[in-house]
Design a protein around this ligand. Structure first.
Ligand code: CU
Length: 247
């Protein structure tokens, strides 16, 4: 079933769990589609006009329709309680600690993704809406001692492989949605809220960050790139970026 669904490559540690739910839901939907279609064909024949010149007000009767409905209900409850809720809770409750994770801020705006790394000190500098300008999309205060070494990029999110990545999402304007299909990550980005989302990349590669909420006229162009690389390459890249800001 998974091959038929045409899912993008599964490149994060939890991707298999999400795919398993996708497969189970699609099997259930296939079963319902076939069952309902067969039932529809059955009633078309059974209640055809030549046999029933006067409408039947009772229709199909019998215990098996109740059993079928009960079965669907049980299957849906099992899917939610035993598959979806545990996976969802590990996504939103069991956040990795900031010491063990690569922490990065992503600030969405119409129509780009601003990325903010804390730099060598591991702490994010102060940001202020008053400092936002053409060359400072997130309003980072370079005068703040903690912010001096911070690194910012636009539409380019580089992350190391094999350890948790904790992304702190926020928005400068409207609701966006941070979608990394290969990581099986999709999280709405809400103005006024810093929303964490996390995943552990397991496959190196370069793919698109897709905005998954219609956020305005340029929504379709709101694409960034994210690149999963080795820790060595990531550290080298951070060091190179630090050179550009004169460190
Ligand atoms: Cu958007």
């Amino acid at each position: 079933m998974l091959q038929w669904l045409g899912m993008p490559v599964a490149a994060s540690a939890h991707a298999g769990q999400v795919d398993q739910i996708m497969v189970l839901v699609h099997w259930l939907m296939l079963l319902l589609f076939v069952g309902w279609s067969a039932f529809f064909a059955y009633v078309l024949v059974k209640f055809r006009r030549s046999r029933h010149p006067v409408a039947s007000y009772h229709g199909v009767r019998g215990w098996w329709s109740n059993v079928a409905e009960g079965g669907v209900l049980v299957a849906e409850v099992v899917l939610i309680a035993f598959f979806s809720v545990p996976v969802w809770s590990s996504r939103v409750d069991a956040l990795p600690s900031e010491d063990e994770a690569t922490v990065v801020r992503v600030v969405a705006e119409q129509f780009s993704w601003n990325v903010h790394y804390p730099g060598a000190d591991g702490r994010f500098g102060r940001t202020d809406i008053k400092l936002v300008g053409p060359d400072n999309a997130i309003g980072l205060d370079r005068g703040d001692p903690v912010g001096k070494d911070d690194i910012t990029t636009i539409n380019q999110l580089n992350i190391p492989i094999g350890k948790p990545v904790l992304v702190l999402l926020s928005s400068k304007d409207v609701v966006h949605s941070f979608g990394l299909p290969q990581m099986r990550v999709k999280q709405d980005v809400i103005p006024g809220i810093s929303q964490p989302v996390w995943f552990t990349p397991t496959v190196a590669g370069e793919w698109n960050i897709a905005c998954s909420q219609l956020c305005g006229l340029g929504h379709a162009q709101m694409r960034g790139l994210y690149k999963v690389m080795s820790q060595t390459d990531f550290d080298a890249w951070l060091a190179e970026e630090a050179l550009y800001i004169g460190l």
